[in-house]
Write a protein that binds this ligand. Structure first.
Ligand SMILES: [Fe+2]
Length: 504
């Protein structure tokens, strides 16, 4: 690995902030309702809008969540962490894009038959400055803020709102354009921004690190405008053990990646940074004729790189990846176009429904001879997101993949958890019903378990009847039976993105 990454080189990456300096605003048509007015009007009529209500408090705590049904399975003990945008309004201004919200991290601690909840806003530099000023001061992702404060680098707009990584005795709150934030993994109090090495201060660190079975971590940070990517290798104890600067990476928005036992795989989508704009996302354009580039590097020699071409597309998330005996690389993806990130994630902030192409589950094969193929959808059930699998089979020909799916009618979100048997093509599912909006569920292996699906799925739902967030535990082997335990808060927390599990 290249450990000779100079400070000068580092500052030339996205940390230089040149791209962010051009952020300004997007106008509103005269006579149209503001985002705030539109949301308030819709919220009176449509319960689903609760998922995008600004957090009811900066900090939340419930020592004993109410047991709705079932009981905690024997052997399940630990903390389920989640992160997501939560603060959407200040001084009468409502953010225009879901991804703009300041992050709130949640800990659901499962211990001795009891579940407690702690939720805390991440005290980023942005949050602290805006809290003091009593107003939004900078544009983070998709909202123009009037009279913005000057920006010196990405961490000035860091919302730390996307995922979490428990490592080295701490919990990191992850974004993708700047530093991770260090939190106390019990109290969720913010310690400060994470610097992996002096020359990497403020460098982007993605929200989708990949964890080896030995606990060590791979991650990347992308500089879309410099067409570069930093690759990080971190030990299980949370120390940087290697980094590598990959050049000539086309400027498409890379959110996630996947890995086989021997390779890291990055797909550069057809949603590319092509123009100056008033907002970060405004710089990107959906290029429906532009093929996707797949970059494959070897973990043992990151300079050893192959490239493949795929039809135009955009995706947030990947399932597992593996190399078959012939040397072909195979992986699953929830793929679509830029409809949600450009349109859907704005509509929800206005309390409006939207109609964009759903993400579908597909398989990609990268052949040894340099060709690449994407399968047709494995299922015609619209929308698959938040793919998860048993981390013990990371990088192998795993049989099961779990996704959130089945769209609600006339409201936003999905209502089911699905289990895909990739060998037989069979799908089993649990439908939470029309009053629930389902969030990502993680697969937690049963201690001592051998079968790939021997474990639990843990995830939250927003239950619209009681206007409250629920924590659900399902037996992954018998998903169709529904939850083995359901707990409920007395309040609703905003819908979020990703989580992580830390066993007791
Ligand atoms: Fe994500």
């Amino acid at each position: 690995m290249d450990m000779h990454f100079s400070r000068r080189q580092a500052l030339q990456t996205i940390g230089g902030g040149a791209a962010l300096g051009v952020l300004a605003g997007c106008g509103m048509k005269a006579g149209a309702l503001s985002v705030s007015e539109s949301y308030a009007k819709s919220a009176k009529k449509h319960p689903w809008t609760l998922g995008w209500r600004s957090t009811p408090a900066r900090d939340l705590a419930t020592p004993d969540m109410k047991l709705v049904s079932g009981k905690i399975p024997k052997g399940l003990s630990g903390t389920f962490y989640r992160n997501g945008p939560a603060l959407f309004e200040r001084d009468g201004v409502r953010l225009e894009h879901w991804f703009d919200g300041d992050g709130m991290v949640h800990a659901y601690n499962i211990d001795d038959g009891n579940v407690s909840h702690t939720g805390r806003m991440v005290r980023t530099g942005k949050y602290e400055r805006e809290e003091k000023a009593g107003r939004f001061m900078v544009s983070a992702f998709g909202t123009k803020i009037e009279n913005p404060a000057p920006i010196t680098g990405p961490d000035d707009v860091n919302t730390a709102n996307t995922s979490v990584l428990p490592i080295g005795g701490e919990l990191l709150a992850l974004w993708e354009g700047g530093s991770a934030y260090r939190l106390d993994d019990t109290t969720l109090e913010t310690i400060g921004s994470k610097t992996w090495a002096a020359e990497l201060k403020g460098m982007p660190f993605s929200a989708h690190p990949k964890i080896e079975t030995d606990g060590s971590v791979w991650n990347f940070g992308q500089d879309v405008f410099g067409k570069r990517m930093l690759i990080y290798k971190i030990s299980a104890r949370g120390k940087l053990t290697g980094m590598h600067l990959m050049k000539n990476v086309p400027g498409g928005m890379v959110h996630d990646f996947c890995m086989t036992k021997r390779h890291l795989i990055f797909v550069v989508p057809s949603f590319q940074a092509v123009q100056k704009a008033d907002t970060f996302i405004g710089m990107f354009k959906w290029l429906p004729q532009e093929s996707q580039r797949v970059i494959v590097v070897e973990k043992d020699n990151l300079d050893n790189r192959r490239e493949f071409e795929l039809p135009p597309g955009f995706q947030f998330h990947y399932g597992n990846a593996w190399e078959d005996t012939s040397g072909d690389i195979r992986f699953s993806v929830c793929t679509g176009d830029s409809g949600f990130i450009e349109t859907g994630a704005r509509a929800v902030m206005r309390g409006e429904t939207f109609n964009v192409s759903p993400a579908r589950l597909a398989h990609i094969v990268l052949r040894k001879n340099g060709s690449a193929e994407i399968s047709s959808a494995l299922s015609d059930r619209a929308t698959h997101e938040f793919p998860q699998f048993n981390a013990r089979v990371q990088g192998t020909n795993a049989r099961y993949l779990y996704t959130v799916g089945d769209n609600h009618k006339n409201q936003v979100g999905q209502m089911s958890m699905l289990k895909h048997d990739l060998e037989s093509g069979k799908i089993t599912s649990h439908n939470y019903g029309k009053h629930s909006i389902v969030e990502e569920h993680l697969f937690i292996p049963r201690p001592g378990g051998v079968r790939e699906d021997d474990g639990w799925l843990i995830g939250t739902t927003l239950y619209l009847k009681t206007k409250a967030t629920r924590l659900n535990i399902l037996n992954a082997a018998r998903l169709e039976d529904g939850p083995v335990a359901v707990f409920e808060l007395s309040y609703a927390v905003p819908l979020g993105f990703h989580g992580a599990w830390k066993g007791a």
